[in-house]
Design a protein around this ligand. Structure first.
Ligand code: ATP
Length: 261
C-alpha cells in the first residue's frame, strides 16, 4: 500500500500545563482531500503548524509525506507543502508584481532572492493563468482585491508543485461571490490529474466543496469525529459537535450550511 500523505499516531502537544492537542490519531491516504471544522481555539492552526514542521509533538509519532519527524529534514519537507492563508499575506512585499510573488513560491521565499530566468517568470505567469488569474499579470500585489490576493496565493503555492496543499481559512475577508469563485477554483484543483492532496480548514460547512469527501471535526484539541462527509455533515452529528441546536440547510445536492437555531 502507498505511504500515507500524513499520519498522526497518538500525537499530543502541550504548552505549560495546557494540552493543546490531545491523542490525535488521523491518517490521510493518497488521493484523499480532507476538510477540518472546529470552533475558535479548537487547535486547527496548531495542527497545521505541526504538519508544516513549525511545531513538534510532545508525545506520539508524526509522519508527513513519507517521513517521520525526527528522521527527516524539515526544510525539505516544507518545500513539498503549499500553504495558503490570509496571515501569510501580511508578510508579502506589496510593491512586488504578482507574477514575481507567484514565482517566489518555487523558492519558498518571501520576495525573490534566488536567480531566476525569463523561463521561470513565464512559468509563473502560466501557473497564474491556469489558476484563473491571467488578468493579474503586470499588477502589483498592493492594488489587488482580497479575492485576487488569495488567488495569487494559491498560484504561489501551486508554483512549487506541492504534494500537499493546505488551505487555512482561505475565504476570510471574501465577499459572497469572490468566495464562491475561490471555492470553485479549489474544486478545479482537486480535479487536476496531478492534484496535490488538499487540506481545507474552515469555520463554515457551506465552504466544504464536494471534493472534500473526508472531514475531521476537531473540538477542544481532540478529534470529536472523523470520516466520510456523508456520515459527519448531518444534523445529529453537527448539533452534537457544536453542543447546540442548529439549523441545517441544503445547498444544491451536495453542500450544506449550518446556523445556530
Ligand atoms: N504557545 C501556546 N501556549 C499556550 N497556549 C497556546 C499556544 N498556542 C496556542 N495555544 C492555545 O491553544 C488553543 C488552540 O489554538 P489554535 O490557534 O490552534 O486554535 P484554532 O482552532 O486555530 O482557533 P481559531 O479558529 O480561532 O483560529 C487556544 O486555546 C490557544 O490559546
Amino acid at each position: 500500500m502507498a505511504e500515507p500523505i500524513l499520519a498522526f499516531r497518538d500525537v499530543s502537544l502541550e504548552r505549560g500545563d495546557k494540552k493543546i492537542l490531545n491523542h490525535i490519531d488521523w491518517t490521510i491516504q493518497p488521493k484523499q482531500n480532507w476538510a477540518i471544522l472546529g470552533l475558535n481555539g479548537a487547535g486547527k492552526t496548531t495542527l497545521l503548524k505541526m504538519i508544516h514542521g513549525d511545531l513538534w509533538p510532545t508525545d506520539g509519532e508524526l509522519e508527513v509525506l513519507g517521513g517521520v519527524f525526527g528522521h527527516i529534514s524539515i526544510p525539505e519537507l516544507t518545500k513539498r507543502i503549499g500553504w495558503v492563508s490570509t496571515a501569510l499575506q501580511d508578510w508579502l512585499h506589496p510593491g512586488d508584481l504578482v507574477e514575481k510573488i507567484v514565482l517566489s513560491g518555487k523558492f519558498a521565499s518571501i520576495g525573490l532572492y534566488e536567480r531566476y530566468t525569463q523561463a521561470d517568470l513565464q512559468a509563473a505567469k502560466e501557473v497564474l493563468s491556469e489558476m484563473g488569474g491571467e488578468s493579474l499579470i503586470g499588477k502589483t500585489y498592493a492594488v489587488l482585491s482580497q479575492g485576487e490576493r488569495q488567488l495569487a496565493m494559491i498560484a504561489r503555492a501551486m508554483m512549487a508543485k506541492p504534494d500537499l496543499l493546505i488551505l487555512d481559512e482561505p475565504c476570510n475577508g471574501l465577499d459572497l461571490f469572490a468566495r464562491e469563485a475561490l471555492l470553485q477554483r479549489v474544486a478545479k484543483i482537486a480535479q487536476m490529474p496531478d492534484s496535490p492532496a488538499l487540506l481545507f480548514v474552515s469555520h463554515y460547512t457551506e465552504e466544504l466543496m464536494p471534493c472534500f469527501q473526508h472531514v475531521m471535526l476537531l473540538k477542544a484539541g481532540e478529534v470529536f469525529a472523523q470520516g466520510k462527509r456523508q456520515a459527519l455533515l448531518t444534523d445529529d452529528k453537527l448539533s452534537e459537535f457544536y453542543a447546540a441546536p442548529i439549523q441545517l440547510t441544503h445547498i444544491g445536492t451536495d453542500r450544506i450550511a449550518v446556523y445556530p437555531q
